[in-house]
Structures are given as structure tokens and as C-alpha cells.
Write a protein that binds this ligand. Sequence first.
Ligand code: 5AD
Ligand code: SF4
Length: 456
Amino acid sequence: MSKKLYLETHGCQMNVHDSEKAAFALSDLGYEVTTDPTEADLIMLNTCMVREKAARKVYHRIDELKHSFRRVSEKRKGLPIFGVMGCVAQAETDRIFERSQDVRLVLGTQAIVKLPTLVEQIEQGFPRAIDIRLTKDAEFFELDAGVRQTEHVAYITITEGCNKFCSFCIVPFTRGRERSRPADKIVAEAQALAAQGFKEIQLLGQNVNSYGLSGRYHGSFAGEQESDNGVTFARLLERVATESGIPRIKYTTSYPRDFDAEVVRVMDTYDNLCEWIHLPVQSGSNRILRAMRRGYTRESYLEKIAHIKNARKDMSITGDIIVGFPGETDDDFNETLSLAAEVGYDGLYIFKYSPRPHTPAATYTDSVPEEVKTERFLKLQELQDRIQKQRYARYLGRTVEVLVEGMSARSAADCYGHTRCSKIVNFKADKQLVGQLVNVRVTEVKPHSLYGEIVL
Ligand code: 5AD
Ligand code: SF4
């Protein structure tokens, strides 16, 4: 009888993709993925630590899962194996065992290759297993194209880790130094996905723009390093665009200092490079940007935005902003408001600053009171809602290409999918079209989504 794996993923796309890799790694041990935790033999939580709320959730979730498990399966002898992977595992290490007695497995962000061995050890009776090593030679996990869990959009890792050490961010500590995956491997993976029928891929990295610039992988791919020399992100995009055969190519996340005009030129040149750029600014105030150690100014960011706006394609720009960073005054926040208004984002993720362990900002004393953070959050959100309404209005009457991703939960005749610029579109269509690219004429615009009808 096959064993069941229940795998819950929190956080970013990188985690979603890591979960796919984990499921694939465990299939060799006979584990099949289940969506019902109460029938699981192994429960893995893939965790996020970028903000405190997300990190705290882990322990709460373990308790919840344990209780639902106990309610349903009293007859069973014991609890399933509980494992924690992802950023919380990397940062909290063996302290997780202390905080939650039920956890038996802790797997760091670079240890997915080791997952089957650790699970086997536990199956053989070891009480606990852990691997949290971060090394600059960590192997990239090569995922078989056929085993994805995301059905219509496939993720491809291009870089892992981050060398930026922005003063608020835990990622360099949880994901280690930046490493770039060899371009040939990336192109080959994209080609295999095209052969599988995938219509869209997303290239993933904490900072995709520094692809190839630092810490190229050196380990079992020795020799490929040579041929990779000089492959910048723009060149990689160009290769994937021309060699993969994939109709829609997206990427995330860009970093303002490393994002360059050449990337825009390449995006303008190839039709299968989608017109969406996620370029997080974090703050509109130079003083705060300096304290955040972002390495760019408001002015240089806006120059890059102007460049994107001058592109041939109508690019959709999205971003991230943190409000309430230590020492942020009303004047600083007003600079952020005016920057958001000037850019006119198509989507904005706003976060209240949350101090993270290991980070320099966590030691800054000049913290902004919680009420002020909330006030600023709401004010920026309100501005963004107004901007977004205008930005979305430009699609009314336009025909957009949509990847049909599924049927709406509300009505059996309604489908949903994403545009090339990553906006959600709802429309009536036959179930058979799921997984296909269709043209949809936009007939109605809502604050966070578009409505339309298929154009045949
Ligand atoms: N507090 C609040 N938001 C944060 N982010 C990263 N670290 C923190 C933190 N300590 C946000 C940034 C980043 C996004 C993924 O999460 O805006 O771009
Ligand atoms: Fe964190 Fe900055 Fe690296 Fe982004 S670039 S992952 S915010 S350290």
C-alpha cells in the first residue's frame, strides 16, 4: 500500500516550487500526495519567515493538524510524521523540536535532495532527523518536467539565495548565498516543459537580475561554468525566448539596482516574453532606502520606471512596499505615497515592517508604533486602490490573451485565468479549454480582476 504525503506550502513561489521538488523526491520512497491531512503518514509544512506572522503560524498549524488528525483517526496507532521545511526550518533549526514535540523532521532550504534519506531514517525508528546545512556548493535539485503540481504554469529556478542583505530581510540567512543555475540546464528544462504542453513558465529567483553575476554554481556541474561565463539575465531571457518554444515566459523577482535597460530591450524584442515586471521599491524616501541598504535612490528607481514606460510593449509594473520601517517619519511616508502615485503600479503588495531575527534592522531602536503602521498601510492601500482602478480601466474593450487555469468555484460555466500581464480574468468557457490560451474581450473591470467574453 502506498504511503501518503500531505504537504502544505506557505509563502512565495520559490516555496511552491520547492514543495514540488519535495513531493518528487519522496515519490521514490512510495509517497503519494494527498490533500487530506487526516489520511497522511507524513505531514510536511513548507514555511515562510519573511514576516513574523507567517513564522508564528507554523506552530499553530501543527497543533491544528494534530487535533484534526486525532478527531478523525482515533483508531490509528500513532500520529503521522510531522516535518518542517523552508525558511522557518532553516532559521529556527533544532529549536523547532523544543517548541513542538511532535515535529520529527527539520529540513533546511538547501536540503531537499536529502529528504528521502531523512524520512527513511525516521521510518527505521530514529526519533528525529535534521539537515540544515547551507553551503555555497549546494546542489540544485533537478526536477523532472512531468511531476509538477502546478498544472498550467511551471516554475523554473534560475537562482537561489541572495547576497543583497537588505537590512530588514531574513532571506540571505534562510536561503544562503546566491547561486546561478547553468543556463543550459534552464533552457533544457524549459524545452522539456514545452514538450509536455505547458503554455507558461515563470523563471524564479530572489533577485533574477543578478543571474550569472555572482556565485555561479560550482559543484557537480564543473566544466559547465566555463560555457556559462558572460550569461547575464538579459542573455538568459533571450535564450529561453528563442530556444524553449514556450508561448508565455514570465520572471520574478527583479531588483531595482540590477534591473537594466537591456532586459527591457530583450522583452520588447521577443513576443513570448510577457509584459509584466515586478520591481519592488520598498520605500519612496532616500533616507529610508539608505537605512534599508537597498543600494539605489528614489531618482534612480524612477529612471528605470521611465525606461519601462518608454518600452514598445505596454508593460504592467507591480511592486512591494514596506511601511513603518524603523525611523520612518510622516515626511518619509509621504515620499512613498508620491512615488506610488508617480509610478502608477498595476498591483502593489504592501507590508507592515516586522523585525526579523539576524537582521540589522531588528536592532534599530526607532520603531514606528503599530497604530501608525496600520494607518500608513491603509492610506497607501487606499491610494493604490484608486490608482489600480484607473490602470485596470485601460483594458476595457481590449482583447487580451488568457491562459485558462480553472473553473470558478462560484459557477460551473465560469472560467478564470491570467493575462500575459498577470491579471485575473473571469469569463464563460467550456471546461475543455482549461490549460489553453484563449483571447478574451474585456467587458467589465473590477478593482482586482477583469471580466470578459471569449473571442473566437
Ligand atoms: N517586514 C516586512 N516586510 C518584509 N518583506 C521582507 N522582509 C520584511 C520585513 N522584515 C517584504 C518585502 C519583500 C517581500 C517579499 O516581503 O517587501 O519584497
Ligand atoms: Fe531580501 Fe533584499 Fe535579497 Fe530581496 S534583495 S531577498 S529583500 S535581501
